[in-house]
Write a protein that binds this ligand. Structure first.
Ligand code: FAD
Length: 264
């Protein structure tokens, strides 16, 4: 690890101001990605700004018909929260499938979404549920937020405050875990947002979370193709030592059928 300064932010405004003072500063949430990256000297920072103590940043609450989940809410909180399950069983199930109990106890929704690992689970739910990402500066629609591998629409000094989510009619998530890490070799989040509108988001299979328009159209047709007959066709299916592209594409089709079968 390189030497750095550490400070605890007491408000989102303070965290954002600290970020804007140096291009080499980072927010620290659960540290599940950041600390190993620092230890392995993959990144170097001048200043770490710890946001875990900001009052209210891990709140989960109803706001009218929508659900608010604070950026510092841990995966465990999301997985176990009754209002999350009432809003979207798919989201609660997804949070419970992340990593292991230690990771779920420390990792946060905001950290996962800001990091945008191509194999992370949350981006699939955020995109599938058409969430709004609320930051220190603005509100960003999920469709405009994810910009490919480890890239997002966030500016250097922008802090995610939380997510606002509308209740879907039904939702589900199916994932094939990487046996070593628990990350998604592939994961498919399915949500019926109106009687005739479906959103299908795929993670793990390409260089960043993406929607699957053919599956969305098929789900919207009462007499459309059976989920098991759909094939995932995409220019950028990942092909690496863990799985060849054809296997991953097949996995996406299988997980889509599985998610459709477990909708609630
Ligand atoms: C062993 C292991 C297994 C894992 N398995 C899975 C898995 O199966 N599925 C999965 O999805 N993930 C998995 N993860 C990742 C984990 O879920 C964390 O959510 C993820 O690593 C982010 O960690 P964090 O929330 O602690 O954020 P940190 O590591 O603290 O921060 C990550 C990045 O996000 C930035 N950031 C944090 N909070 C904010 C904010 N509010 N606004 C703006 N930027 C912010 C930080 O500056 C940093 O750049 C795993 C991690 C480990 C170590």
């Amino acid at each position: 690890m390189y030497a750095f300064h550490y400070q605890k932010a007491l408000s989102v405004a303070q965290a954002s101001a600290a970020l804007s003072r140096s291009g080499e500063s980072r927010l620290l949430a659960g540290g599940m990605t950041l600390i190993p990256s620092l230890k392995h000297r993959l990144i170097q920072v001048d200043e770490l700004i710890d946001i875990r103590g900001i009052p209210g940043l891990s709140d989960i609450r109803l706001e009218g018909d929508a659900l608010w989940i604070g950026a510092a809410a841990t995966h465990q909180q999301v997985a176990r929260h009754a209002q999350v399950r009432a809003l979207s069983a798919g989201l609660a199930d997804l949070a419970g499938l992340i990593g292991d109990p230690q990771v779920r106890a420390r990792g946060t929704l905001g950290g996962s979404v800001a990091n945008n690992d191509p194999a992370a689970d949350y981006p699939a739910a955020v995109l599938g549920l058409a969430a709004t990402i609320v930051t220190s500066q603005r509100e960003i629609a999920a469709d405009d937020f994810f910009k490919g591998m480890f890239a997002t629409a966030l500016a250097q000094d922008e802090v995610i405050q939380g997510l606002r989510l509308a209740k879907p009619l039904k939702s589900a998530y199916a994932k094939f875990r990487h046996p070593a890490t628990g990350y998604a070799m592939a994961g498919v989040f399915v949500a019926q947002t109106t009687p005739s509108t479906w959103r299908v988001a795929v993670t793990g299979a390409t260089d960043g979370v993406c929607r699957w328009p053919e599956a969305e159209a098929a789900a919207a047709q009462a007499a459309g193709p059976s989920p098991a007959d759909l094939r995932f066709v995409h220019d950028g299916v990942l092909d690496d030592i863990h799985a060849p592209a054809a296997y991953r594409a097949h996995l996406v089709g299988h997980l889509y059928a599985q998610a459709m079968a477990q909708l609630s």
